[in-house]
Design a protein around this ligand. Structure first.
Ligand code: IPE
Ligand code: IPE
Ligand code: MG
Length: 254
């Protein structure tokens, strides 16, 4: 089934985009980038950019949920983002707590599971508590699974997996001969989730920045110069529309 969406290009010009509702990506992952530059353009402090970025999250989560996307992974804080000035890191952590408190009801009403991936044990205790509470109160919901990637790094995730695999071999739980792709996937934060079909990165950067390194093996990438606070539902529609026109061969021939 095709669904048509129109978005305003200018005062008189509308662009119509169609989305095939039978080919919605199961898992969309977004590198929410460009908050700092968005703020700089407006001569505002970087933290104002992060605040504006949270507004975008609300609309995008809602639309993914409406479209029937099953998993949405949002890269919110990388293992490398600790290198930023303390004030910025603190502001990001506070925004996370505010976001969870403010949005909990609506997310829960929309049947969303509020999940997280990454090593949250390094986050401030309050953030950890809010994340665990949000997860525990929504884990039985049957709608969209929202993965907030926090203190997430693809390399860190793989190192943790390697260590646990080695330990499980030593403990006789698994044997070396049985290691395969499925088993490695089962040792990652994204256990039981499909790999991302579509990875979106706004802000003009075209790099993976340590995001979902194992899982992105056959993901489709979609880049845009739009900065995350300016990213709108129509950009999501465009990304999904473009995704649907791609030929995913997975190494095979047609
Ligand atoms: C993304 O925006 C948010 C986080 C990384 C937490 P940035 O803060 O990276 O924004 P730019 O890239 O400096 O514009
Ligand atoms: C990636 O963005 C991390 C998040 C969006 C959370 P960065 O802004 O940290 O990435 P680089 O430094 O430009 O690669
Ligand atoms: Mg950035």
């Amino acid at each position: 089934m095709l669904k048509f969406f129109s978005s305003k290009k200018s005062n008189e010009d509308f662009e119509h985009i169609h989305i095939d509702m039978d080919n919605i990506p199961k898992h969309i992952a977004i590198i929410m980038d460009g908050n700092g530059r968005w703020a700089k353009e407006r001569k505002l402090p970087r933290t104002m950019g992060h605040k504006a970025g949270v507004e975008t999250i609300r609309d995008i989560v809602k639309e993914c949920s409406n479209l029937g996307v099953k998993y949405l992974t949002l890269y919110a804080f990388s293992t490398e983002n600790w290198r930023r000035p303390n004030e910025e890191v603190n502001a990001l952590m506070n925004l996370l707590v505010q976001y969870l408190r403010k949005e909990f009801k609506e997310l829960n009403d929309n049947n969303v599971v509020i999940n997280h991936i990454g090593d949250i044990s390094k986050l401030p205790v309050l953030c950890q508590q809010e994340l665990l509470e949000a997860y525990n109160n929504t884990k039985d919901n049957s709608g969209l699974v929202l993965n907030l990637a926090l203190n997430y790094g693809g390399r860190d995730e793989l190192i943790r997996a390697f260590k646990t695999i080695c330990k499980d071999i030593k403990d006789g739980k698994i044997s070396e001969e049985n290691i395969n792709e499925k088993m490695v996937s089962d040792y990652l934060y994204t256990v039981n989730m499909p790999d991302p079909d579509l990875i979106i990165r706004p802000s003009g950067e075209q790099r993976i920045s340590n995001f979902l390194l194992w899982q992105c093996a056959y993901s489709e990438f979609w880049y845009s110069n739009i900065k995350w606070p300016d990213f709108k539902v129509e950009h999501l529609h465009k990304a999904i529309h473009d995704y649907q026109s791609r030929d995913r061969r997975f190494g095979n021939v047609k």
